[in-house]
Design a binder for this molecule. Structure first.
Ligand code: GLN
Length: 387
């Protein structure tokens, strides 16, 4: 008789079979192996501000070292509620998680039954699909088509049905850098209301709107009661490794999220939650400077990529730029990324991992510009080797 471990290569459960290693892990590993400049996975190569690091050290010294309340440390949930553009009850509406990747899992596992229809906009952040697969959801894809990546009205409308349980919206959008307009958000909102769907609004790049302004979809008429808003600490304070994220939702949606969250992680690291509370109360000048610094990084990378020969739309938000690599003669993004790391020692992410319906990702590459100006300048210099 065959023993269970004879088939070790097939040990992955069926619900995760289509998902190998994440594209971020693969390309960060390749960056290390090739000693390349890593413009792949989105994490800063500069350190967090001292006041944030000191707050964490102080919290540890002050004895904030045991589990916190599962839904979030009272200091942090109060501070989070104060940052919102609409009224938020700190104890009933906020759930703090181990980064937004956990929030996504907790929302989907907490709310989605097998067979429920969920609309996902592609290109998408890869964890959406993996979590939807774990929940047994029936996924409907709407594509943002290159080069403008605008939401297509007809495609959106035809994705909705009376079986639609949820739509996942991400603005500012990773990886296209789009910031959805009021018209686009209003169309999503009206269809969600018409079909009585929940909106999961992933706003982790809310402080990285570089052109235009961020509109939280929960602020649209009749939307607050059906919207789960998701934000986090990592991007805005350059602490992606702290893994602190949160959801804000009305109590009837918060309850299932908390039920899942308590069994996924129970709570994130307590001292980091206390430090997060202090960080998000930073003066307005911190956030203004932060955005200004990112505009400079964006402009430097975008003009560098254009000079080298990529077709690039300047991103309105996030710290990513999605460039068209086809002028270099490749019709496959993974092959192009391998060529890039071998020839130029620069890593970007092949975006086909963020598409399932369209093959438009094959002609694109994502670069992250959450890097010092010197790093970006060196990367552009190396990319000249493509010519
Ligand atoms: N959000 C990051 C990115 O898009 C990756 C996060 C992760 O690797 N879990 O690069």
């Amino acid at each position: 008789m065959k023993k269970r471990n004879d088939n070790a290569e097939n040990a992955t459960a069926r619900r995760l079979e289509p998902f190998g290693e994440t594209v971020f892990a693969t390309w960060s590993r390749l960056a290390t192996e090739h000693q390349a400049i890593n413009l792949g996975q989105g994490f800063p190569d500069f350190d967090a501000p001292d006041f944030v690091k000191e707050a964490a050290i102080k919290a540890i010294r002050d004895g904030e070292n045991q589990y916190s309340r599962s839904a979030g440390h009272p200091k942090l949930v109060h501070a989070i509620a104060d940052t919102f553009e609409f009224e938020v009850d700190p104890m009933d509406d906020v759930t703090v998680t181990c980064g937004s990747t956990e929030t996504i899992a907790a929302v989907i596992l907490g709310l989605i039954n097998p067979g429920d229809e969920v609309i996902v906009i592609e290109p998408f952040y890869d964890s959406y699909l993996a979590c939807l697969s774990m929940a047994g959801a029936n996924v409907k894809i709407v594509t943002l088509h290159a080069p403008a990546f605008k939401l297509d009205d007809d495609e959106l409308r035809s994705a909705f049905s009376d079986k639609t349980k949820m739509i996942i919206v991400n603005s500012p959008h990773n990886p296209t850098g789009r910031v959805f307009t009021m018209e686009e958000l209003a169309r999503i909102a009206s269809l969600a209301i018409k079909h009585d769907a929940i909106v999961l609004s992933d706003e982790v790049y809310d402080k990285l709107v570089l052109t235009g302004s961020h509109i939280p979809i929960a602020t649209l008429p009749d939307m607050q009661n059906r919207t789960i808003t998701l934000r986090s600490l990592g991007k805005v304070f350059s602490v992606t490794g702290w893994k602190i994220g949160w959801s804000v939702a009305p109590p009837h949606l918060t309850e299932p999220i908390r039920t899942a969250h308590q069994f996924l992680t129970f709570c994130p690291a307590t001292p980091l939650q206390v430090a997060a509370a202090e960080a998000i109360q930073a003066p307005e000048s911190y956030f203004t400077q932060y955005t200004q610094d990112y505009r400079e990084r964006r402009d430097m990378l975008v003009s560098g990529l254009r000079n080298v020969g990529f077709n690039v739309q300047s991103p309105e938000g996030t710290y990513f730029v999605l460039a068209d690599h086809t002028p270099f003669g490749f019709d496959d993004d993974v092959a192009f990324c391998h060529h890039l790391v071998e020839k130029c020692k620069v890593v970007g992410i092949p975006p086909s991992a963020f598409y399932t319906k369209s093959n438009e990702g094959n002609g694109l590459i994502r670069f992250a510009f959450c890097k010092g100006l010197e790093t970006l300048k060196n990367a552009v210099e190396r990319l000249r080797g493509l010519a």
